[in-house]
Design a protein around this ligand. Structure first.
Ligand code: CTP
Length: 397
């Protein structure tokens, strides 16, 4: 489990977003972390301690004055690898900024030296208030990591200003990053990832493309960020949300993909080409929208540039380069040929003709092919395939 042996204090202050912190506590526990939840008195008005106790299978703390816990604020604050505060209300932020320690959570924050990540969640006017902004600036300067808030509907109605706490899954990725960065080799490395299909225009409204959803590349981007990398994702057209923490650049055609990769390659320690660029483009793009009835309408197709191969002379020495090979049948010889021709460290071979593998599904059955070995993996969810690929990359950095 990714977070086994990691200890997190999850501080929950009293805002309506408390209900989302239940999901956060649960997901952290599922990933193997030991989670000690501290609720402020106001938080207990929104969610009962028992809910968190059941989700974390640990005692939950709510007061400085519980019998037998005279030094809890010192003990709880010394043990963990990280303190996460979600939601961090305007009130909690103000008390922490001023060093007021009038309840268990604020006392732990004052007594502890471990890193703090906080996800502010409050009414948009409270967030915009100069007092809150000044308090957040103080905490940021002291080294607190701040996640959000997001723009979106508040409990009391629609809003187009920041205030709403970001979603638990996004906080989780940031917590993971804080916990995993020290152990891996991807910390502060620049990882360049391509994802999705490309579209090659045939005329004003029609394109040549393929069914790639972009999921594999997007999972790789999020998982690399969770390991501490600075991630740039160059994406063809997809409807997927931007992965947490990742900078995304959109491209449409294979030529635009080549240009964007070329522009970003100079700083990349790792290049992962998970995109499925269209291999063909129309020699001439017809103007307007030719009618369906046009008799004998034919299109001459030219090959597009091989983006990965084109990067060879421009890669920095030592750049770890990974490609995918989508083949009908487990065609090892073709994968090996691509590995050599594109000068890759690793190729992830995946069959295009199995229902649970390849395009637009949530699982993948890949075989790792390198200079020295061929290693089939079991059928795995795409996020897990991403973790395995990143393990291989870390082994080569
Ligand atoms: N690739 C690329 N540029 C292209 C086509 C593919 O950079 N125009 C990359 C893919 O992102 C992938 C690897 O090359 O990482 C292999 O892609 P694949 O489609 O399997 O191979 P092709 O080189 O396109 O060869 P073919 O279509 O003949 O199998």
């Amino acid at each position: 489990m990714i977070l086994a042996n990691r200890r997190v204090v999850l501080g929950v202050s009293g805002g309506i977003a408390c209900y989302k912190s239940c999901t956060l506590a649960r997901r952290l526990t599922e990933l193997g972390a030991t989670v000690d939840v501290i609720l402020t008195a106001a938080a207990t008005e929104f969610v009962r301690p028992l809910t968190f106790e059941a989700l974390t299978q640990r005692p939950v703390h709510t007061s400085l004055w519980e019998p037998g816990t005279a030094l809890a604020h010192l003990e709880l604050g010394r043990g963990p690898d990280l303190i996460a505060v979600a939601p961090a209300t305007a009130n909690l932020i103000a008390r922490a900024a001023l060093g007021i320690a009038d309840d268990l959570l604020s006392a732990i924050l004052l007594a502890s030296e471990v890193p703090v990540l906080a996800a502010p969640g409050m009414n948009d006017e409270m967030f915009a208030h100069p007092a809150t902004q000044a308090n957040l600036a103080t905490l940021r300067q002291r080294g607190w990591g701040l996640i959000g808030p997001a723009v979106g509907p508040l409990a009391e109605g629609p809003s187009d200003r920041p205030g709403r706490m970001v979603e638990p899954e996004e906080i989780l990725v940031h917590v993971e990053r804080a916990l995993r960065t020290p152990e891996g080799k991807l910390g502060s490395r620049h990882v360049l990832i391509t994802a999705g299909p490309t579209h090659e225009p045939l005329d004003a409204v029609r394109v040549i493309t393929n069914p790639s959803s972009g999921k594999m590349g997007y999972h790789l981007a999020e998982r690399a960020f969770a390991r501490g990398a600075d991630v740039t994702l160059i994406s063809g057209p997809t409807s997927l949300p931007r992965p947490t923490g990742v900078e995304r650049e959109w491209v449409t055609t294979t030529e635009q993909l080549r240009e964007a990769v070329g522009r970003r390659l100079g700083t990349a320690d790792v290049l992962i080409m998970a995109a499925a660029p269209s291999d063909f483009r129309a020699r001439e793009v017809a103007s307007g929208k030719p009618q369906r009835a046009t008799a004998g309408h034919s299109v001459h197709l030219d090959p597009t540039v091989d983006v990965l191969e084109a990067t060879i002379p421009h890669r920095r020495p030592g750049t770890v380069t990974v490609g995918f090979a989508l083949e009908v049948g487990a065609n090892l010889d073709r994968a090996r040929e691509k590995l050599r021709r594109k000068q890759l460290d690793l190729i992830a071979l995946n069959p295009a003709d199995e229902p649970e593998s390849g395009f637009a599904v949530d699982t993948n059955r890949v075989t790792f092919v390198t200079d020295t070995e061929v290693r089939p993996l079991e059928l795995l969810p795409k996020p897990e395939v991403a973790e395995r690929i990143l393990d291989e990359i870390e082994g080569r950095l």
